[in-house]
Write a new protein. Structure first.
Length: 184
């Protein structure tokens, strides 16, 4: 039986996890209403000052900082097409604010051979005990948060985490303009 979380229940997980939260992102675009102003401003100007202002006051960044101070880990891998989409270029430019809050974010170019071993869905893995699969509509808006807590399925998501994390490039080392780094 599929168990779904409301948006509020999903948000609560970022306060309630005990040790680690890890995310795999596979999309080249996310249509998140709260990001539109910063994204559109960056598209026009190339300036991340609105994102910097947001990061200094946002509940998300505050929660990451507090969780890191309590010894919790925040990690994510972004699987990206190269050249980067406008949205992912903006994420790359603004990632430093997430990292300053305490997230460890890494990049995995879609053409890397290991990507073929990964799932075709975004997910959060909480404490290596349960998974939240994110479902998106045709306009890249998240609309459903599916809980997976079957031990075998969770173990598979942990394997995917380990594969992605092993090959992903730390943010400070990832240059999206570098030539193809991987051969098959």
């Amino acid at each position: 039986m599929t168990r779904l979380l409301t948006k509020e229940e999903f948000s609560r997980q970022f306060l309630d996890f005990e040790h680690t939260t890890w995310k795999l992102e596979i999309r080249d675009r996310y249509n998140i209403s709260g990001e539109q102003e910063e994204f559109e401003y960056w598209l026009r100007t190339g300036d991340t000052s609105l994102e910097e202002k947001y990061a200094s006051t946002s509940a998300w960044h505050r929660n990451v900082r507090e969780a890191r101070e309590a010894g919790k880990l925040w990690q994510r891998v972004r699987v990206v097409s190269e050249p980067l989409s406008d949205y992912i270029r903006w994420e790359h430019a603004a990632t430093r604010f997430n990292e300053e809050a305490g997230e460890d974010i890494r990049w995995l170019p879609r053409h890397h051979p290991a990507v073929g071993e990964l799932p075709q869905h975004d997910f959060w893995l909480f404490d290596s005990r349960w998974v939240c699969v994110l479902h998106f509509d045709d306009d890249d808006v998240p609309y459903r948060y599916e809980v997976i807590d079957d031990p075998a399925a969770v173990a598979r998501h942990c394997q995917w985490r380990d594969i992605a994390w092993h090959y992903a490039i730390p943010h400070r080392e990832y240059d999206p303009d570098a030539p193809n780094r991987f051969s098959t």
